[in-house]
Design a protein around this ligand. Structure first.
Ligand code: RAM
Length: 919
């Protein structure tokens, strides 16, 4: 009886249709987004997708229909006139990524929108309004010219290290009264700052998203209506080098991509109330100088700022620029102009120094207490010409001085020359550093801690997960992960923020990106990165190891380029977004057939490059193990990954309605599995190849191992881990991507927990015990050769964070209802772990999972409206489970499904639940 009333999706809809459509004060709408961005300006998706969240304290709330209005003015929207789109009441339970189906949107159009929903529990009022605007969609819309200066100046030098001063541009213009709207469209390569009448526009830093500028160049749109004044105005920019004018032009021939001297494109569109437009565009009527205060800016080497060279009111109207140069019209970058569709980089947090010691006369060492990325902002008072020098490092040497051996040839030095007299404040604008410690020299007088601030700089991605357990090591590693991941987001995921590298290596994010998505809303960042990867594909189909391909690494392997497919899968699962898979499907398929054609022999993929990168080596100073019992056969890795890629492509093919492809992928994967087992499986020892954990784990986890052999293979993994490896990690970047889930899903969560909580070498806990506040590049990062030993890499995390959330916190996206439309909640219990408190902001809203284990198991769960959950509660029987003090099976919003291996499984509608069970 009960069953018929409770919630299974299909039944739910029936139930909902029966309920009266009453207005419910408890149904609120919030978090409206366009293309998953909050009120974005200048987008170039002509049919943007709209999302909203339903907030309700009730249980089992499901959307039955929506109504969207999109209007061209705020007034029209307020009057409920959707002149661009009136969806009408549309029966649908979709509340994320609902495609706009209104009038064709033209360049520059402003769009205001709101939504209302009808649920099984009453209807909402209209939401608060949200907005977006369209960018410049056609090349003909651009009247601006690319300007710059195609050579260096006397004070610049370009040797192995490039030193190029920043370039300052300005233009005055007159505006009439009655400005209705003013919009600035700008692209500034490599970095830019934009000012109008002296005011810094926006709150982004290090502006200009990094791309392969030969392939695509992004522009950003700013609403500057408030800045344009009747009468005289000035628009001004500063251009820095970024990745455009490369940091190491002469580094290893042909390895580095060089683009040229900084350049910009700017179009300011002033629309008046009477409808006419005035354009102010970059061209040769502007003026420029490179003889300003920023004398050099180089991402590896630092920024030098000479305040005695400041240009006064150069970015305001009325400045005398007669001595400035006329800019050159530069060659137009070959890359296609596209709108920036991801979050900009910002100062996201500030830190106060923990300590400031005088190491020797005039040399101070400052400890920020945290390995961070960004810069130091400081106050200083002194004489004109005094020079304050800051140098940065992740750790200190025994004598208390900076340890810089692991930075290779990055100079990481900022220099500020004082103009004198009053207090001066400065921070660099076109560089960042990865550091915990700062050496301060040349500071006039005695510096105080309060003179310095650490600005933490990364992409403005919301932190959407929180996670805490009863285990301190897990908590510390989680915190270290937050810092490592945040710091390595720089408009693309980079490998490290400190040495002369900082490259977007694909392999580092293969599975890591999934773990990261539980901590940060990285949807747009990774969507953008897939575009970077696609742009880096060769006409033959090769995908490089680094994209954008600032470094030229086309080494043809499965594990680094495979990240392309793994991330499309992550975006689908975590955000419910199939569009990246659709957009990149052809390129992904092309890469697979390229690799097959070139390297597959008898169904074995014969080419690999990195092996199981960075396994714990046999001696402390080694970077890579030489001991062949630790390393894993490259062909085994490559073939297993090829098989995994086919598995993901098969799913995409099905979802994208390409049944023939799905069949072909499936047929090929069967052949590969057979060849793999024939070549690598030893029936006598019941393991693969040389029996490393990685060699056995990949085929097992990827379902290459025949069912009959799985138990034995897993037993061998356990044996190896518990005996040879003394219950410690013995995998590198590859094996670690599947290890924690593999051990757990095959029945040894205790072993996964042991590995996750070890404090001695090798382990994540060991890093933390040795004082790490981020994650190291090497398990032996405290003893290894400094030539490849960063203190802030994220690749060794593997699937640890995935496991934290999916298995410990029990928050996992249901594969058939991705984007957490269905939350699958199955906690992993193991001795030693007594509670987990986690929350996660899914596209539908907040999921909470807080459990504690004593004699009973207590679990508080929140499921957002318009989502459901499949909840597995450890219990002897269903009757042993209560919710809110009553039998759970009878509780509102719950439907008991079955007992399954010591768990009572329920389907739940939205709402907050408080479970208790006897263990
Ligand atoms: C190193 C980087 C990176 C890794 C490559 C293979 O240079 O640190 O993290 O992906 O090697």
């Amino acid at each position: 009886m009960r069953r018929t009333l409770k919630i299974y999706m299909g039944m739910l809809i029936g139930l909902c249709l029966m309920s009266a459509s009453t207005f419910a004060a408890d149904i609120q709408l919030q978090n409206l987004r366009t293309e998953m961005l909050v009120n974005p300006q200048g987008i170039d998706v002509t049919q943007p997708r709209l999302s909203w969240q339903i907030q309700s304290s009730g249980r089992n709330v499901q959307q039955m229909a929506y109504e969207v209005l999109v209007a061209s003015t705020q007034a029209k929207l307020a009057a409920n006139q959707g002149d661009l789109w009136t969806s009408g009441k549309t029966a649908s339970n979709e509340s994320i990524m609902v495609t706009y189906k209104g009038k064709a949107l033209k360049s520059g159009t402003a769009c205001y929108w709101k939504v209302k929903v009808y649920t099984n529990n009453g209807e909402s009022a209209w939401s608060s309004p949200a907005k977006w605007s369209m960018g410049l969609l056609l090349p003909a819309n651009w009247k601006a010219k690319w300007i710059g200066y195609e050579k260096g100046f006397a004070w610049d030098s370009v040797s192995k290290f490039s030193r190029l001063s920043a370039r300052y541009f300005r233009k005055e213009f007159a505006s009439a009264t009655k400005v209705k709207r003013a919009t600035a469209y700008i692209s500034g390569l490599g970095h830019y700052e934009l000012y109008i009448n002296g005011k810094y526009i926006g709150n982004q830093v290090l502006a200009q998203m990094p791309t392969d500028y030969n392939k695509s160049v992004q522009y950003t749109t700013y609403d500057v209506t408030a800045e344009v004044k009747p009468g005289k105005n000035a628009v001004a920019t500063v251009l820095g080098n970024g990745r455009y004018f490369t940091m190491r032009p002469k580094y290893k021939p042909k390895k580095i991509k060089e683009f040229g001297f900084p350049k910009m494109l700017l179009q300011l569109d002033i629309e008046y109330q009477d409808g006419h437009h005035q354009l102010v565009v970059s061209d040769q009527t502007w003026r420029m100088t490179a003889d300003g205060p920023i004398r050099t800016n180089n991402e590896y080497d630092g920024e030098e700022y000479d305040a005695t060279k400041e240009l006064g009111g150069w970015n305001k109207a009325g400045y005398n620029d007669t001595k400035w140069l006329k800019p050159q019209l530069t060659p137009v970058p070959t890359g296609k102009l596209v709108a920036q569709m991801s979050e900009p980089i910002k100062v996201m947090q500030t830190l106060k120094p923990k300590k400031l010691n005088e190491l020797k006369s005039g040399t101070y060492i400052m400890d920020m207490g945290q390995n961070m990325t960004g810069w130091i902002k400081f106050k200083v008072k002194g004489k004109r010409g005094d020079k304050v020098t800051l140098r940065f490092a992740e750790t200190l040497q025994k004598d208390g001085s900076l340890y810089i051996a692991n930075l290779r040839d990055a100079k990481v030095t900022d220099v500020y020359t004082l103009k004198g007299s009053t207090e001066e404040t400065w921070h660099p604008v076109f560089v960042y550093h990865g550091f915990r410690y700062v050496e301060v020299t040349g500071y006039p007088g005695k510096p105080k801690e309060s003179d310095f601030t650490g600005d933490v700089v990364y992409d403005a991605l919301a932190t959407i997960g929180s996670f805490e357990t009863s285990n301190d090591i897990i908590n510390q590693v989680y915190k270290n992960t937050w810092w490592g991941v945040a710091g390595n987001y720089k408009g693309m995921p980079v490998d490290c923020p400190q040495r002369n590298e900082r490259m977007p290596w694909l392999g580092d994010r293969a599975t890591g990106s999934l773990g990261e998505s539980f901590i940060f809303d990285n949807h747009k960042l990774y969507s953008k990165w897939l575009d970077d990867i696609e742009e880096a594909q060769t006409p033959e189909g090769a995908i490089p190891d680094v994209a954008p391909a600032y470094w030229n690494y086309y080494s043809d392997n499965m594990t680094w380029p495979g990240t392309y497919i793994l991330i499309a899968d992550m975006l689908y699962k975590q955000y419910g977004d199939l569009r990246p898979a659709e957009k990149h499907y052809a390129s992904m398929k092309k890469w697979l057939s390229y690799m097959q054609g070139k390297y597959m022999k008898d169904y074995i993929l014969t080419k690999d490059k990195y092996g199981d990168w960075c396994v714990p080596p046999e001696s402390p100073e080694l970077i890579h193990a030489k001991d062949s019992t630790r390393t894993t056969n490259g062909q085994l890795i490559a073939t297993a990954y090829y098989h995994r890629m086919l598995f993901l492509m098969k799913r995409f093919a099905k979802l994208l309605n390409k049944p023939q492809d799905a069949q072909a992928f499936s047929a090929l994967s069967v052949k590969i599995a057979d060849a793999f087992n024939a070549k690598f499986y030893n029936a006598q020892t019941q393991q693969y190849d040389n029996g490393t954990v990685t060699a056995n784990l990949l085929p097992l986890y990827f379902d290459i191992t025949p069912v009959a052999n799985r138990k034995a293979v897993f037993a061998n993994i356990v044996k190896r881990v518990t005996t040879t490896d003394n219950s410690h990690i013995a995998t590198g970047v590859i094996g670690t991507q599947w290890l924690m889930r593999g051990l757990t899903e095959y029945g040894r969560p205790d072993l996964a927990y042991k590995i996750a909580t070890n404090k001695d070498y090798p382990s994540w806990g060991y890093m933390a015990e040795r004082g790490a506040t981020t994650i190291w590049e090497l398990w032996n990062g405290d003893t290894a050769n400094p030539s490849m030993n960063s203190g802030n890499h994220v690749m060794l995390l593997g699937d640890l964070i995935v496991w934290y959330y999916q298995n410990l916190a029990a928050i996992k996206a249901g594969i058939n209802q991705p984007g957490f439309k269905q939350v699958v909640m199955k906690p992993m219990l193991t001795d030693g772990l007594s509670f987990v408190n986690a929350s996660y902001k899914t596209p539908y809203g907040l999921v909470k999972s807080e459990w504690k284990k004593g004699n009973n198991f207590d679990w508080n769960i929140t499921v957002p409206a318009n989502a459901t959950a499949l909840i597995s509660i450890p219990a002897k029987s269903v009757d042993a489970v209560t919710e809110g003090g009553k039998k759970a099976a009878e509780a509102d919003g719950l439907k008991f499904v079955k007992m399954d291996a010591g768990m009572a499984v329920f389907e739940a509608g939205s709402g907050t639940y408080s479970f208790k069970s006897d263990l």
